[in-house]
Design a protein around this ligand. Structure first.
Ligand code: FA5
Length: 347
């Protein structure tokens, strides 16, 4: 074959190669076409090797054609690789794209968080039952959180609450008071008694105290390190355990409806005697613990400035998140704090 004929063949090979490269669906395919066309065993390499048998003029014509073929095919392969890389990048970006317009045009007023809604509903239910609402600080003294609740410093039951203590060494004016983040809303019991005595407004005392509590608990399906409780305190003359269980059952029906019921399981809290754990029935027949309760211990009445011979009372402390979980069939308490709109919008 003459140099001109061979050069013609290179142009046919290049045209076919360019068409295949333009359609190659992936970068792997581009590389395989490239090696098929330009590699050691390709027709173009074979032609190059055969050049030594040609005369000078044919060799020049074929040499130029082979150079041209290699340049064109390599450029086309590089261009196709660039194109595919850009397309893959676009696909990744499209897959990771967040559609922020999803929330455009919707009512943007928002609404109260489900736990806040429960907090407010609970206040409504208890106010409807004749209670007033009291509050206390989230940063507490060791005395209110523990000692006044019949838990002196060395009491082993302190380990029931994994407490977050505050380092007060650099806080002028605090003195040697040990400050902590309250582990429950029970310190409000003693604060309320002392205030009632100081102001001459009671007893009788019928209050509920909702608020935040803190523990070194690791988050799991039923625990958070920061959560909410609602405390109830009743102090009057001749209060019995029957009043306590009756109040809890009245509350259960008022808050959850007639079909749910409560039960008390004997338990231990240093600030109540006797003490019980409160469970509420679930629609599937199981029971979920929502809090603790009991008759106010005489030492707690004394810390609150009241005479245990004259006054008696009961108290309970419920987890607000747990009550919310039962009422709204939430199975993982962590859903309350992850701020996933798909969860929040349901309530
Ligand atoms: C108390 O905190 C007692 N102060 C309750 C009490 C009050 C007893 C008055 C007697 C008289 P306890 O540690 O069991 O008890 O917590 C009460 C409820 O708070 C639990 O049943 C649960 O509903 C809720 N709770 C406790 N820890 C967590 C937590 N880490 N995350 C979410 N809820 C919690």
């Amino acid at each position: 074959m003459s140099g001109a004929e061979l050069a013609e063949e290179t142009r046919t090979l290049v045209a076919a190669g360019l068409a295949r490269l333009a359609d190659a669906p992936s970068s792997a395919e581009v590389r395989s076409i490239e090696s098929e066309l330009l590699g050691k065993r390709s027709r173009l390499t074979e032609m190059k090797a055969g050049m030594r048998d040609l005369d000078a003029e044919d060799r020049r014509v074929l040499g130029a054609a082979l150079n041209q073929a290699r340049t064109e095919l390599e450029a086309a392969a590089a261009e196709r690789l660039d194109h595919l890389a850009a397309r893959e990048r676009r696909a990744v970006l499209a897959a990771e794209r967040l559609d922020l317009t999803e929330y455009q045009g919707r009512a943007s007023t928002g609404h109260r968080h489900l736990v806040t809604q429960t907090w407010e509903r609970l206040e409504d239910v208890f106010v409807g039952m004749g209670f007033t609402v009291a509050t206390g600080p989230e940063v507490e003294t060791d005395w209110f959180n523990f000692e006044a609740l019949n838990l002196p410093p060395s009491h082993p039951a302190r380990s029931l609450w994994d407490t977050l203590y505050l380092d007060t060494t650099d806080l002028d004016g605090v003195g040697d008071q040990q400050l902590l983040l309250r582990t429950h809303t029970s310190p409000v019991q003693v604060r309320t008694m002392l205030r009632a005595v100081r102001e001459g407004s009671g007893p009788p005392i019928y209050v509920v105290c909702p608020g935040r509590a803190y523990r070194q608990d690791t988050a799991d399906a039923t625990h958070l390190p920061v959560f909410h409780q609602i405390e109830m305190l009743v102090i009057d003359r001749g209060i019995t355990m029957g009043d306590l269980s009756g109040t809890i059952e009245t509350f259960t029906k008022a808050y959850f409806g007639q079909e749910l019921t409560s039960r008390l399981r004997p338990s231990y809290f240093p600030f109540t005697e006797p003490s019980a754990e409160v469970d509420i029935s679930q629609p599937d027949g199981s029971w979920l613990e929502v809090g603790g309760c009991g008759m106010v211990h005489p030492n707690v009445l004394r810390a609150g400035g009241l005479d245990p011979e004259e006054w008696s009372g009961f108290a309970f402390g419920f987890g607000i998140e747990r009550l919310t979980m039962i009422r709204h069939h939430v199975t993982d308490i962590r859903d309350f704090i992850t701020n996933d709109m798909r969860f929040l919008e349901q309530f």
